[in-house]
Ligand binder design. Sequence first.
Ligand SMILES: Cc1ncc(COP(=O)(O)O)c(C=O)c1O
Length: 367
Amino acid sequence: MMKWKNQLTGMKPYQPGRSVDEVKKMFGLQEIVKLASNENPFGSSPKVHEFLANLSANHAIYPDGYASGLRHALAESIGIEEEQLLFGNGSDEIIMIISRALLQPGVNTVMATPTFSQYRHNAIIEGAQLREVPLRNGAHDLQEMQRQIDKDTAVVWVCSPNNPTGTLTNQQELETFVQQVPKDVLIVLDEAYFEYINEPTYKDTIGFIKDHENVIILRTFSKAYGIAGFRVGYAIAQQQLIHRLDPVRAPFNNAVISQDVALVALQDSSFINECRIQNEKGKKQFEAYAALNGLHIYPSQGNFVLMEVKADSDFVFEELMKKGYIIRSGNALGTPGYIRVTIGTTQQNEDFLLKLTDILTTNGVIA
Ligand SMILES: Cc1ncc(COP(=O)(O)O)c(C=O)c1O
């Protein structure tokens, strides 16, 4: 018998939404719209397309493990020092790096439930005790999360906007939380959907970094920048913290092309602004639909919504798939009775909601 970590027994790999090709084959469909993984329905900046069309990189050499070009540009655009950044193969890898660096048997980690699955997943692999605090109205219950912190707490995760609810953490409560959490507990603020936030009370969390050596912010090029396939995420923190985490990172974790594409994508802020505007429009389509049909929907600050379906989520998920739409069933996300849908283009949203209406009327949920 090989000496596997005990905690790996029964663990399943990450369950992604079904792939487009898979669904095409299963149901003999030509057209599939994937609204399952909160990717950008508008793809990426035209500058990225142009760059890729004229690509001439030397693929025989390893990438720059320090991602110097991207680091320089990103630090400048955020207004921080270059040494305050850590790049990951997606922010997924940063979650793994943080877990590997700080979690182990004998310590605990505090997070919301439901929230992004990878905090829990990595904590289990590292053998840390989980302390999961139920959301309150879809938002983090920071007071209870703080109560759960004790001398053995190593990391606390705050996902804002939270996946799968889309809710933004209350800014006043977050400020109090950051002030009160002991300095020897790392606070991870996962802002994968940062670029989509459109809430006037939102205060850029970069402000926390200056005064708090125990705060780290995670952001990504996978969502609004539309380059999930290139796998570039990053963390922002004080320099000492980044230096402690960096040895855990794999040496060449961002491919040459990925670094270059992220750099090009970063330069097109008007694309991001336009996507945010379109996302707001799309969100209103879903909100109007939910209001009209008496379905609860969480107030989202991301590019996805979690909406009630008053039916078995798996059933609605399957029926939508047969009609060519891939979404996420709330059953898989800890929110039964709901579906999580990525906000698509105006047309995609409209078509999707028509299909959803077919399913919900056939099953007597809506008249
Ligand atoms: C909250 C949150 N964090 C992190 C990630 C991981 O993103 P990536 O690894 O593509 O940067 C996701 C992806 O869905 C997410 O929703």
